[in-house]
Design a protein around this ligand. Sequence first.
Ligand SMILES: Nc1ncnc2c1ncn2[C@@H]1O[C@H](COP(=O)(O)OP(=O)(O)OP(=O)(O)O)[C@@H](O)[C@H]1O
Length: 246
Amino acid sequence: MSQLLEVSGISVAFDGFKAINNLSFSIGPAELRAIIGPNGAGKTTFMDIVTGKTRPDSGHVTWGERNVSLLRMSESRIAREGIGRKFQRPTVFEDQSVLDNLVMALRNDRGPFSVLRYRRSDGDLGRVRELATEIGLADQLNTRAGILSHGQKQWLEIGMLLAQEPRLLLVDEPAAGMTKAERDRTVDLLRRAAETRAVIVVEHDMDFVRKLGCKVTVLHEGSVLAEGSLDHVTKNQDVIDVYLGR
Ligand SMILES: Nc1ncnc2c1ncn2[C@@H]1O[C@H](COP(=O)(O)OP(=O)(O)OP(=O)(O)O)[C@@H](O)[C@H]1O
């Protein structure tokens, strides 16, 4: 298989306004990609379409080895197919410990009645420790999530998504509100996560995007304006005119 997700020729209009306009995009199974673009370019709407929250008026979105269409699937089915989404604001269970948040995320996996029967197993604890190490919170397992820093909460939520072993992770503006040290650790975390899965990062912070060191897709008015390395797209005059030069 060459691509994990293939989006071709999608368009969606809200009250006649084309938020997404004949957009095509694809990402491989172990690839990190940054999406940038001015406010209103369609970045959120694009993620809404991939996750099934918004249905495009036209176009195709195909997924996985069997090229199944995501357009007929519900949001929850798409999540079960292995597409995880991290919104900008962290949504962890503040009164629970880091450990319990990660255990709950593992539990999410197990079907509708499993929560009732659930017992924490040694295997789960092993996996939770692995996840906590991956997100840099191994020493905070018993800390209440509510007292973590903003960056640590973001990592915890990424860990909760990783617990479900997504094949594609969509991450919305992770750098916002983070300290420089937290941003650097987030870059490492996302780069590592993308060694074994596809990761799409929507971000305005160009320094952060540069550190991600990945291919960049620039959206503008619902279409791809430019694509390539950050150096390549930042030299593009159209990109300078609509985004960087403002
Ligand atoms: N449900 C909706 N109804 C009407 N218009 C919408 C809706 N959702 C998005 N839009 C419009 O579609 C365009 C694209 O919005 P979108 O939020 O996808 O852009 P964005 O690139 O994520 O912007 P930002 O960087 O500000 O988050 C905007 O003009 C927005 O106002």
